[in-house]
Design a protein. Sequence first.
Length: 303
Amino acid sequence: MVLHGAMCDLRPMNRTLLFLLILSPWMAVAQPLDGTAALSRARAAYQETRYSDALTHVDSALAVNEAVPGGYKLRGDIKQRLLDMHGALLDYVRAEKVDDSDARLFVSRSAIHVTEGRVKEAVRDADRAIALDPKDADAWYNRACANYIGQNMDGALRDLDRSLDLRPNDANALLLRGVVHGALYHDREGLADLEAALALDARIAGGLMSLAVQLFEAKRYEEAILKFTEVIEGSTTELMEAHYYRADCHYALEDKDAACKDWRAAGELGDKDAQFIVRNYCNTDADKIPRKPQKQRKSVIEF
């Protein structure tokens, strides 16, 4: 190509200008130094349940800025998902020092206290969350869980009513309310809630077993047998209890052979009451169990 006009100046340019031109593409995409970019990546990874990645990103954000808004709260949530409850609690304490006006912080911390059975602490944090945001359904649910663990069934029921007013299709809240109704011997209400929970989530943990137990308690033995059979066919953690209760249903229906088959299965799995029944009833000609053990209502709610 022919160049017209002035000749190109091929002399080296000023070193400072050269440095700025080289640096400028990086400057254009440089990340803010306040940790917010890393925190955004952490939140995205957390939402995608990539908890290890989320932890790496939030650590980076906090290394840049310990006061990055929501940083310690998010790291506590991530650690809770990773079952590092002690680490999560430490981060929630740090988060509270940065910002004690976040209702979700106290919801998260109350969940750990519930999981670890600290009723007073769970109620206290749930109360703080409710005071900051009375429309947070999780806060009411967590307080209900704490009251249930503490055997305050009336309080748990009130909290669950409020939680379900705010979020009607919460399968977990319906399941717990069904169990609470069962503990209060409100069988009709309990069965309705358990059936509603299972309609929303057929695989909800403990749902089928809770429904079967309440059918048994309501003396609806044939229906209970069907549900206990479903539990036995699909569970690995509730087999012993399901066999025991199904045996009790057969016993109530005066079917000794079927009852003893299930009690033997429960006994082989380690149930001491079933072993007593096998020795003193199944292995004899007795028509009734002498001093039959009284099972308490089985709660299969796990926190």
